[in-house]
Design a protein around this ligand. Structure first.
Ligand SMILES: CC(C)(COP(=O)(O)OP(=O)(O)OC[C@H]1O[C@@H](n2cnc3c(N)ncnc32)[C@H](O)[C@@H]1OP(=O)(O)O)[C@@H](O)C(=O)NCCC(=O)NCCS
Length: 180
């Protein structure tokens, strides 16, 4: 049973392991529904398998880290993921060398445990990972409609630096061919 007054000194932040994957897949499913604003629904077996494989691959990749937040008596209450993304810096745009960013993704804290500093604790582990790999910058994407995420990222010092635009390939193709 969830205990809001849980002593946070008991919180354990650690690298995810194989045993955690079924719970983490559940977190990813809840995150997807949260972002889409959709009603709860069950994952299909095929979807579950794909997500398990995605996370299992991240566990053994030196450029990726999945961390979990765990409370004794409760189990896992959150997850966070970071991976190293490399781009080629040119002159004033960046430095004249390969530039590394730490992309933060798949962040989830169980609703009953939010605003207790659990994500901030996981973020410290992501930062330690980034520092170890000489990654000077953290980047992430979130939906503007995701108010909790917007408040959290801004509070933690993230600033909006661009706009992500998306379109279906066939619609862009139709635009080019017909101008429609
Ligand atoms: C976003 C999320 C991960 C934050 O986790 P959390 O454990 O509650 O975050 P923390 O308690 O560490 O809070 C970090 C900072 O953000 C602030 N914050 C967190 N949620 C907030 C909210 N809803 N409104 C205003 N500020 C908020 C905290 O006050 C804290 O600032 P402080 O240290 O100055 O007090 C959590 O709300 C969540 O899982 N949301 C649903 C999933 C999601 O949106 N993921 C991100 C997708 S990009």
């Amino acid at each position: 049973m969830v205990n809001r007054k849980h002593n946070r000194d008991d919180l354990v932040i650690r690298k995810a392991q194989e045993d955690d994957l079924p719970v983490l897949v559940g977190f990813l499913a809840k995150l997807a529904l949260h972002v889409a604003g959709a009603a709860p629904k069950k994952l299909k077996k095929k979807e579950r398998t794909r997500l398990m494989e995605f996370l299992a691959a991240a566990l053994v990749d030196n450029d990726k880290l999945v961390v979990v937040a765990e409370l004794p008596d409760t189990g896992l209450v959150g997850m966070a993921y970071i991976y190293v993304w490399r781009s080629q810096g040119i002159w004033e745009q960046a430095a004249d060398h390969e530039f590394k960013s730490g992309v933060i993704d798949d962040i989830w804290v169980e609703p009953e445990f939010r605003k207790l500093g659990i994500f901030s604790s996981m973020l410290k582990a992501l930062i330690a990972f980034a520092e170890k790999r000489d990654v000077p910058e953290l980047i992430l994407e979130y939906a503007i409609s995701n108010k909790e995420a917007d408040a959290t990222w801004k509070r933690l010092g993230f600033e909006v630096t661009g706009v992500r635009a998306a379109a279906f390939t066939n619609q862009v193709k139709a635009k080019l061919t017909t101008g429609a």
